[in-house]
Design a protein around this ligand. Structure first.
Ligand code: ADP
Ligand code: MG
Length: 245
């Protein structure tokens, strides 16, 4: 427990087109330890999604390195699964269980029977036992996000990457989903790198919070979150002041 799992060192990310260069992040460094719920928090456009894409291996670094378990990230892999904000991240022509089984089979490590058993286990964990054979278009937004979480967790990645997964949900469902994620984490202690622009969500979800300044994203502060209801207000104010100073 507690060894460094993900090490992001001085990472600058740029998008280059023929006309221009957009710098998304400037020399961002942070370390995620096994079992962390590590949150990247910052305003829209500060490069949170870009950082997650880089960790996922979809976006090369312009400067700096991303190390996972001591190995440089050079491309995507099943050890890093993503959950996105969008409700359309499931394959619409596959049922819930087929959506979860599909990447498990793609690894070539499991038989269909083993993959199906594992998929069922994780679908049960996210509370969708009765929806295993449903198609995505028949599900609510919250249910679709549960499937995406089950699919990510079923792969048992080294780290689960979540890019504002609850941001498109109504406030009540969002709150429920946050509680459910924490309950899942209590059960299995996976490592999660979670992106949000909500201070409140960062405090609820995170054990560690990295604050990023506006475009281009740079590290403004890193802090521990709190479970203590008496301290939440104080921490919210502190973060707000750091972000908008
Ligand atoms: P966040 O997720 O924090 O809102 P992003 O990582 O999406 O921020 O974007 C960071 C910056 O990079 C923004 O200025 C955005 O416009 C720019 N950007 C993101 N994706 C691209 C892209 N594919 N091409 C060019 N610029 C991009
Ligand atoms: Mg984003």
């Amino acid at each position: 427990m507690n060894e460094t799992l993900l090490d992001v060192r001085g990472v600058t990310l740029q998008y280059k087109t023929t006309q221009s260069v957009v710098t998304a992040t400037h020399r961002v460094s942070f370390s995620v330890h096994s079992g962390d719920r590590f949150v990247l928090l910052g305003p829209s456009g500060c490069g949170k999604s870009s950082l997650l894409k880089a960790v996922g291996g979809y976006l090369p670094t312009t400067e700096g390195d991303i190390m996972l378990n001591g190995h440089r990230v050079t491309g995507p892999g099943p050890d890093r699964m993503m959950v996105f904000q969008e409700f359309d991240q499931l394959l619409p022509w596959k049922t819930v269980i087929q959506n979860v089984v599909f990447p498990l089979l793609a690894t070539g490590r499991l038989s269909r029977k083993e993959a199906t058993e594992k998929a069922r286990h994780y679908i049960n964990m996210v509370g969708l036992t009765r929806a295993v054979d449903a198609y995505p278009h028949t599900l609510s937004g919250g249910m679709k996000q549960r499937v995406a979480i089950a699919r990510g967790m079923a792969m048992e990645p080294k780290i689960l990457l979540m890019d504002e997964p609850f941001a498109a949900l109504d406030a009540l469902t969002r709150r429920t989903m946050q509680d459910e994620l924490l309950r899942l984490w209590d059960d299995t202690r996976f490592t999660v790198l979670f992106v949000t622009h909500s201070i409140n969500e960062a405090i609820r979800i995170g054990t560690r919070i990295l604050l990023l300044s506006p475009h281009p994203g740079q590290v403004r502060a890193e802090m521990n979150s709190t479970d203590d209801p008496a301290r939440i207000g104080e921490l919210e104010t502190q973060i707000h002041d750091l972000l908008f100073a």
